[in-house]
Design a protein around this ligand. Structure first.
Ligand code: PLP
Length: 463
């Protein structure tokens, strides 16, 4: 990977290069011991508990896990301030695709830390932003899509919020949007009314009108395709001319790692196209994690997608849109479009994908990792039978159910698994699932073997 590509040449120089190489060596030494799961240190138990209590009080709510990191990590391992070391298989709910302390990421961050500013934004975009925008467009268009523009932002929710504004401005007069049931879109005021969770909008005044189309039902495929197309048709006939677009998660993330079939998506797209409804694909969770860099490429939607939003793995979030959807000046603008380190880290990722160092398609690294989990999960299934089902999901989005997906038992499992040294998270609803967003580029076979052993240990303890 050419470092020049993620750092302006004005900062290059042999003394700097040598210093950075030295820093990398020091960093490597600093995390050398982080190569195995470790329980908490007895002598830190009390002080750690106190820190957790102070954290809950300061932020006004308990943490989901008793997780306060030291800032040290290596590959899939992360260290907590209680002295424990754990496999991080949720990666901050997605972002740390390269795991912890990855040399390429560290290098990109060191160079960006020497820039004149911390954040870039509306009035201050450096040349690395330009480079990144062009790389995003190159990658998104490499299989035939025709995105003309890319707007950076700091969170997935803001990328989606910008998409909504672009859609409504384009189809003035429209007041409604369409989405799949079970979707998660973010937690701004507007998105609280798109995210399909009633308790996430409790007490809020309605900020957006969204009508839902049932997501693909794997257990009842033919019927699901017909039923969803029919319900979509009914919405469109009930409110003609009132829809600004449809938001689609092709693989539902928070919803439980449910992947739609191509036939299902094609049938929805056919209806949308007949009614001239713009198509927006939310790839905040799927970006870089499936068989192709974008899930819409895997579904061959290149010629029909109008907008796509990305986040998480990309560090800096983005809304990409075709020239037809270019907003009028003033509609989208931000003081902060991204930190220098997020921009250079994203650049490192995109250049690795574009240059083929992280393989997608036939030889997809994510799919290879998924296959390895599928193989190993056979052993768990044969031992625990109905108490373990899966894996579900695709690529580096891996999920499974324990104890028939019961909420209480699934939460108990996730917390016990955390104590035993693997960080996961919950997803879906009835059945509830356990999910991993694994750091594909740094996960080795022996890691997977150890993870499987820890899963079995936890299941045995709770069975
Ligand atoms: C599909 C999807 N859209 C939007 C979001 C919101 O992203 P953020 O939490 O960065 O605001 C998420 C976050 O989990 C997501 O999974």
């Amino acid at each position: 990977m050419n470092r020049n590509a993620c750092f302006p040449s004005v900062y290059m120089g042999q003394d700097l290069e040598e210093s950075v190489e030295n820093l990398l060596k020091i960093r490597e030494r600093l995390v050398l011991d982080l190569n195995a799961v470790h329980p908490p240190k007895e002598e830190l138990r009390t002080s750690y508990k106190e820190m957790l209590d102070r954290c809950s009080s300061a932020r006004g709510g308990n943490l989901y896990f008793p997780y306060l990191g030291t800032g040290r990590g290596s590959g899939p391992f992360v260290e907590l301030a209680d002295g424990s070391v754990k496999y991080d298989l949720i990666c901050g709910i997605g972002p740390h695709f390269f795991g912890h302390s990855h040399p390429g990421i560290t290098k990109a961050m060191v160079y960006s830390s020497l820039m004149n500013t911390v954040m870039q934004g509306n009035l201050q975009q450096n040349v690395d932003t330009l480079d990144l925008l062009e790389d995003f467009l190159l990658l998104a268009n490499c299989k035939g899509a025709s995105f003309g523009h890319c707007f950076l932002t700091t969170t997935g929710a803001m990328a989606n919020e910008n998409a909504i504004k672009i859609l409504f401005q384009k189809s003035s007069g429209a007041e409604r949007l369409l989405a799949f049931s079970g979707c998660f879109s973010g937690r701004t005021m507007a998105l609280s009314f798109m995210t399909d969770k009633a308790n996430y909008r409790k007490g809020l005044p309605r900020a957006l009108m969204v009508d839902y189309v049932p997501f693909f039902d794997f257990a009842n495929q033919e019927n699901s395709i017909q039923r969803s197309a029919q319900i979509l048709e009914e919405h469109l006939n009930r409110y003609p001319g009132e829809y600004a677009g449809m938001c689609m998660e092709l693989v539902q993330g928070e919803g439980g790692f449910y992947k739609a079939s191509k036939e299902f998506i094609d049938s929805i797209v056919t209806v949308l196209q007949r009614h001239k409804i713009p198509i927006w694909v939310d790839e905040i969770q799927t970006f870089a994690r499936t068989r192709e860099p974008f899930a819409f490429q895997m579904f061959q939607l290149d010629s029909v997608v109008d907008l796509v939003t990305v986040g998480k793995v990309s560090q800096v979030c983005a809304t990409l849109f075709t020239a037809e959807f270019k907003p009028k000046p003033g509609l989208i603008s931000q003081t902060f479009t991204g930190s220098g380190s997020a921009i250079s880290t994203c650049s490192y990722l995109l250049k690795n994908i574009l240059q083929g160092s992280i393989p997608y398609g036939e030889t997809s690294l994510n799919m290879e990792i998924h296959r390895k989990f599928v193989d190993k999960f056979q052993g768990i299934k044969s031992e625990f039978e109905a108490d373990f089902e899966g894996p579900y999901g695709i690529g580096s989005m891996i999920s499974f159910t324990v104890f028939q997906g019961d909420l209480v038992k699934t939460k108990l499992f996730i917390h016990r698994l955390f104590e035993n040294g693997v960080i996961s998270f919950i997803a879906g609803e009835n059945p509830y699932r356990v999910r991993f967003l694994v750091p594909s580029p740094v996960l080795e076979d022996w890691h997977i073997d150890e993870i499987i052993d820890l899963l079995k240990k936890t299941l045995r303890e709770l069975s």
